[in-house]
Design a protein around this ligand. Structure first.
Ligand SMILES: *[C@@H]1O[C@H](CO)[C@@H](O)[C@H](O)[C@H]1NC(C)=O
Ligand SMILES: *[C@@H]1O[C@H](CO)[C@@H](O)[C@H](O)[C@H]1NC(C)=O
Ligand SMILES: *[C@@H]1O[C@H](CO)[C@@H](O)[C@H](O)[C@H]1NC(C)=O
Ligand SMILES: *[C@@H]1O[C@H](CO)[C@@H](O)[C@H](O)[C@H]1NC(C)=O
Length: 357
């Protein structure tokens, strides 16, 4: 049932249009892609109430959570083909994140109080493979994020009598509580490798906006933003870009932005919406996140060694790939017609052979 709801959809847009964007916002049944003053909208029922938006630059894919009446799924939307799939279905998925280096998807299940993972080495496939990383007793894991350089999984625990932010190694060992004081309802979590910080939004529901940051070991905690919104401030999502942090506020139906580097008293409005946006993600590639970072040196070479992204043809792994007829080059991005005809107009036969006429 849930699979049907995710897969059956009409997407209205030509793929080529969504090439440059900085921030994507899910609102109602739309994904809105923003870049300098421009907005491109992709409309489909699959995006209705899409949460926890995540972008995988290597596969040009947006991933998100869809909640249904009795379960929830993690879905993918490949921007070049406009295909979507249901990847994982769970009782109630709190959050998920990807490791673009090891090609793993991690998610939390609120009902099962567990963190699970699966591999997407073979691309994003509809799968029921589910590997348990950590099973908890009193904790309710919600949002989840990774430090891909040092190898940690971070999550928020939304047991409201004892909320925390915690982390563990990629193998589930060395589980530790990082934040347990002055925390009420940590609803979202992001790790930024560039600033070596984690950011979380606390939905305290007292008109105060509260976004915190700390170092990756939970030290040097800072009220990055705190103030009075005048309306009930209800952050439901947070994302980090190259320079900024964006937060969705359910109270004002708005997206707000703020420097990720320094503390200020004010948020800048990114946009108001008629409905509450359900998810947001900034285009912040893994390369941009890990470049020039000493602790990321070991993982940097792993980023591209197994994938060639073909523009026209089948994506391959460096040793084998097949271009669509009429295209050549390592990324299948060069037309056989390029510089082919000295005179006349080049055309391509069904077999992909160029000719001049
Ligand atoms: C929350 O944690 C406390 C103690 O840490 C535990 O007693 C309680 O059962 C937990 N609540 C839920 C809903 O699991
Ligand atoms: C927070 O964690 C520390 C270290 O684990 C512990 O000593 C302290 O009692 C905890 N505080 C609360 C409020 O749970
Ligand atoms: C801790 O935070 C303060 C600002 O609140 C900053 O000046 C200082 O450099 C930070 N220290 C570390 C180790 O990040
Ligand atoms: C790449 O794909 C080819 C064909 O599918 C396979 O034979 C080869 O082992 C793969 N190479 C790597 C490095 O995964």
């Amino acid at each position: 049932m849930s699979r049907m709801r995710c897969v059956l959809a009409i997407v209205v847009l030509s793929a080529a249009a969504v090439q440059s964007w900085d921030v994507a916002v899910a609102v109602q049944n739309r994904l809105e892609f923003y870049s300098d003053g421009d907005k491109i909208t992709v409309e489909s029922n699959v995006f209705r109430n899409a949460r926890a938006l995540t972008y995988d630059a290597a596969h040009e894919t947006i991933l998100f959570i869809k909640k249904h009446t009795d379960d929830a799924s993690i879905c993918s939307f490949e921007m070049s083909t406009q295909k979507h799939k249901v990847l994982i279905t769970g009782k109630d998925i709190g959050g998920f994140t990807i490791d673009p280096i090891r090609k793993l998807l991690y998610w939390t299940d609120i009902v099962e109080r567990s963190i699970f993972w699966t591999s997407f080495k073979q691309g994003y496939k509809e799968t029921d493979t589910k590997n348990l990383l950590i099973k908890m007793e009193d904790e309710i894991p919600g949002a989840i994020a990774l430090d891909i350089c040092k190898g940690y999984v971070y999550w928020t625990n939304t047991n409201l009598t004892r909320p925390t932010v915690e982390r563990a190694r990629f193998d589930g060992t060395e589980k530790e509580v990082l934040i347990n004081a002055s925390i009420q309802n940590p609803v979202s979590l992001a790790i930024d490798q560039q600033t070596k910080k984690m950011f979380w939004a606390d939905n305290m529901g007292n008109k105060k906006y509260r976004i915190f940051s700390s170092t990756l070991d939970g030290k040097n905690r800072t009220d990055l933003i705190s103030g009075d919104s005048g309306a009930d401030f209800a952050p439901n999502a947070l994302t980090i870009s190259k320079d900024l942090m964006y937060v969705i506020d359910g109270g004002t139906h708005a997206v707000w932005e703020h420097s990720k580097y320094q503390i200020t008293e004010s948020l800048k409005n990114f946009g108001y919406f008629t409905e509450v946006p359900s998810g947001i993600v900034a285009k912040y590639t893994t390369e941009e996140q890990i470049q020039d970072k000493e602790e990321c040196k070991a993982v940097m070479p792993l980023l591209h060694n197994d994938k060639i992204i073909c523009v026209h043809g089948d994506t391959a792994n460096g040793t084998s790939y097949s271009c669509a007829p009429g295209y050549i080059g390592e990324r299948c991005d060069v037309s056989v017609c390029q510089n082919y005809c000295i005179q006349g107009t080049c055309s391509v036969s069904e077999e992909g052979e160029p000719s001049c006429g």
